[in-house]
Ligand binder design. Sequence first.
Ligand SMILES: C[C@@](CO)(OP(=O)(O)O)[C@H](O)COP(=O)(O)OP(=O)(O)OC[C@H]1O[C@@H](n2ccc(N)nc2=O)[C@H](O)[C@@H]1O
Ligand SMILES: Nc1ncnc2c1ncn2[C@@H]1O[C@H](COP(=O)(O)OP(=O)(O)O)[C@@H](O)[C@H]1O
Length: 291
Amino acid sequence: MMTVLTERAPAKVNLTLRVIGRRADGYHELDSLVAFTGTGDWLRLIPGAGLSLVVDGPTAPQAGDGEDNLVLRATRALQARHHGLKTGAFQLTKLLPVAAGIGGGSSDAAAALRLLARVNGIAPDNPVLQDAARATGSDVPVCLHPRARRMSGAGERIGPALDLPPLFAVLINPRVAVSTADIFKTLALPKGETISGVAHTPVRAGLSRGELASLLADTGNDLEDPALRHAPIIAEVLSLLRAAACCRLARMSGSGATVFGLFDSREDASRAARMMHHHRPAWWIKPVVLR
Ligand SMILES: C[C@@](CO)(OP(=O)(O)O)[C@H](O)COP(=O)(O)OP(=O)(O)OC[C@H]1O[C@@H](n2ccc(N)nc2=O)[C@H](O)[C@@H]1O
Ligand SMILES: Nc1ncnc2c1ncn2[C@@H]1O[C@H](COP(=O)(O)OP(=O)(O)O)[C@@H](O)[C@H]1O
């Protein structure tokens, strides 16, 4: 009988994102509170001889199915670190918008590492997985065990799972791709520079809903301004969300262009999503719970 293993690759949201500085190697030092949604891509693996990838789903053309796909890059990174890695045939169903600030590709890569770990009997906390994740991309380590956490360094330092109170949100992507590299470049920070006075996000486990709300109100996304210059439509998404009934906060995730709005209840979020969909039927709009 054929075995098919499945993993969901959930969208990531940067609830906050401070840029602390730029390292000598050109990567930026970040401090970010990251959470995950119940919406995402699906990755299946049929263990067997060889390694292959097919990609289907509405955003498959933008993701591509070649060696550059992060599923195969993560597999190659693990192969280089685990002798005789058993692989097989991957099937990716791509539902998330691509180049969207919600780490779809990174989450696909992390899902591939989880599937390969299951097939090869690699324990989920084996450091080889974090190592392969780091080698694949800055956002892959935090996606490996997708729970709300603080992320720092260039993305390689991951804090413990935070058990945040669930946040009711709407994610909106205006279907404009934004290149992460371009947004970091626009910051024009010299290599080796530390930005003075950037306070670290006061994140800890067991935050109450009120403490979390004031933390989020006080700490924004430092990539929002440069992203707005590349994709002015982000301003329209932010202002439409801010004008929606019961929206408590609207902010961009990652390097954009996806924006999230926070609401008090699942019902308020669903109502806002329906309203936004009515006004902008071409946009990608999802009511989600962030954890
Ligand atoms: C900005 C963030 C925030 O979570 O999310 P997204 O917008 O991608 O979702 C991530 O740091 C993105 O991570 P990821 O998309 O994996 O980035 P990588 O492939 O490693 O790098 C893409 C480009 O961004 C730059 N980059 C990335 C991360 C970082 N801390 N500093 C950087 O300067 C790199 O120089 C590279 O040119
Ligand atoms: N599985 C994948 N899904 C999405 N993009 C991928 C994938 N593999 C490689 N890529 C490439 O990675 C880039 C970043 O994609 P993505 O992870 O969607 O960005 P973001 O983190 O900004 O949401 C894209 O431009 C795309 O060409």
